[in-house]
Ligand binder design. Structure first.
Ligand code: AMP
Length: 308
């Protein structure tokens, strides 16, 4: 749900009017997943999730990151205009190693690969959650440094962060993230979703006192409500008598109803994998053409093309 409300839902909305490029980041996933079968499963599952949630692979350019390996060459090239100090300031790296993730070089230099993900395809607007704001700033710094060094070549992108969904809390109140085991998985087993929702952290404010509208339970629930629904929930939170357990049960019902059509579509897609693979191949071909065009300019301006 963090990915969906932080980024996917906007991409899906944007694809109607924009030339959307999006992909499943299996090179990035390697920074923390070293079991091949898990990486394979997660990659295809993420692709199915995205299409089931509404990404239209026939309209947008949608691919699996490692199917367009040009991005790794691009990463090497831009690494040489990237100051080590810039990467050392990455808060997400520090955060991950403090949580016990192995500090490998891939994890450390992940913001450079992320910069390539954007710059290698000429991305100009990048919908992200607030947690990625710093990485977008790094991407801009790298693009500007490249252009200052080699002349105007790369598009300097702008982040697009939505106020309301900028950082979704997980069930423990921290940022919702798979690395923290605090997610509500849209396509998870219903029993598990219920268990997660019933475990959303709450406080010990007595029943007959007003409740906290900054709590994760409130913040998660309003995502599914229209303006009137939000006002009503706020009023209920601020009036005495509200029981957190009741609200959690309502939230569970709401989430299951909201995502039901997506869950059905995903079920259908998983029985039609040939279609999914074909769309992914088309996507990587389209993305590869764009990457080749930009890489060819980059190779020229940097002096990698030695034939005269
Ligand atoms: P990640 O799964 O951390 O690689 O993030 C993928 C995308 O989802 C990025 O655009 C993030 O900013 C966004 N995202 C991930 N977790 C959250 C969250 N808890 N709240 C808002 N956006 C998120």
């Amino acid at each position: 749900m963090g990915n969906y409300f932080g980024m996917m839902s906007r991409m899906i909305r944007y694809q109607k009017e924009n030339d959307l490029f999006s992909f499943i980041v299996n090179y990035h996933a390697m920074t923390t997943i070293q079991a091949p079968s898990i990486l394979e499963n997660n990659t295809i599952n993420a692709a199915l999730d995205f299409i089931a949630l509404g990404l239209d692979p026939e309209k947008s350019t949608f691919w699996i990151q490692a199917d367009v390996p040009q991005v790794t060459e691009f990463t090497w090239i831009i690494s040489n205009v990237t100051n080590v100090g810039l990467i050392e300031r990455s808060t997400s790296y520090k955060d991950k190693i403090s949580k016990g993730v192995m500090p490998n070089m891939g994890l450390f230099s992940y913001p450079i690969l992320m910069a390539s993900d954007i710059l290698c395809f000429g991305g100009d607007i990048v919908p992200v959650g607030k947690d990625q704001k710093q990485h977008l700033e790094m991407t801009r710094d790298i693009a500007i440094k490249f252009n200052n060094t080699y002349g105007e070549t790369l598009v300097v992108p702008e982040p697009d962060i939505e106020q309301e969904t900028q950082l979704l809390p997980g069930i423990d109140g921290q940022k919702m993230s798979k690395s923290y085991n605090n997610t509500i998985p849209i396509f998870g087993d219903e029993k598990f979703i219920r268990k997660q929702i019933m475990s959303i952290v709450t406080d010990s404010i007595p029943v007959d006192e007003p409740k906290n509208i900054k709590s994760p339970l409130f913040k998660l629930f309003v995502l599914f409500l229209d303006e009137k629904g939000k006002k009503d929930l706020k009023r209920r939170f601020l009036s005495p008598g509200l029981q957190y357990g009741d609200v959690k049960k309502e939230l569970f019902e709401t989430i299951i109803e909201y995502f039901r059509p997506f869950r059905e579509k995903r079920e259908y897609l998983s029985g039609h994998m040939d279609y999914v693979y074909e769309q992914l191949s088309n996507g990587s071909n389209k993305a590869g053409v764009v990457a080749d065009q930009i890489l060819s300019k980059v190779r020229k301006v940097t002096g990698l093309n030695y034939r005269v």
